[in-house]
Design a protein around this ligand. Sequence first.
Ligand SMILES: [Cu+2]
Length: 269
Amino acid sequence: MHGSAAPALLFALLLIALVVATVYLFAARRYAAPPPITSTAAQVAHQFNLTLYVMGAVFILAQFALAFAVFRFRDRGQRPRFSRGNVALEIFWMCAAFAIFIGLAIAGQHAWAEVQFTPAQPNAIQIEATTSQFVYTFRYPGPDGKFGMLHPRFVDAPAGNPLGIDPNDPAGRDDIVVPTLTVPVNRQVELLLRSQDVVHNFFVRELRIQQDAVPGMLIPIHFTPTRIGKYDIVCTQLCGLGHQTMHSFLNVVSEGDYEAFLARQEAQQ
Ligand SMILES: [Cu+2]
């Protein structure tokens, strides 16, 4: 087979076919994320696409270079030559990789800081989100605007007190406890994440937010949804045997529907 170009050509073409198939899957947006519903989520989506395009270009160039090398340097019966590499090229690769990674990190720091380092606005709607195996429970402070005290002693889901609201605390009497999250459109929401047992997670694709809930910690996150709709909330931490059933909904509704929701719930408490 010395000097035969066919196997090398076949292998090179196979590599190119794999690259084309991979690029097609992304370009056709077959597994695309749903559109973002907050300005921060739009920034995250933009950052994600930027990273995808830059790394996609590197991937395509590298695979084409490999296909070229496979064909160009195929076995022609020649003696192998030993190479110690090329210091100038090595330095160039390293600097290029460094520039790309640091550049992408700098481009993404604004979206990151907006979620992680910026506190919620003082007028944000505070809602508590408690995770437990394998449900989400949301609590609104009710008309008094104050959350009642919680104590593990009072936790009793069958009796209707899954969070353990202290019955002796007047601030807790009007608290609204529901299994799904309803929020008004175009208002900032501050979600206070808790966990009653193990590490869970609050993930909504349209918010581009994925935040762990850790026992013993109160983790605040905030977002301002700008599109009315019903979105999935899922747990992305393997939290036990029922993990795959851990699911809820984020309902983004109009201001009027939100008031009606609160009034309906208050009447039921
Ligand atoms: Cu979970």
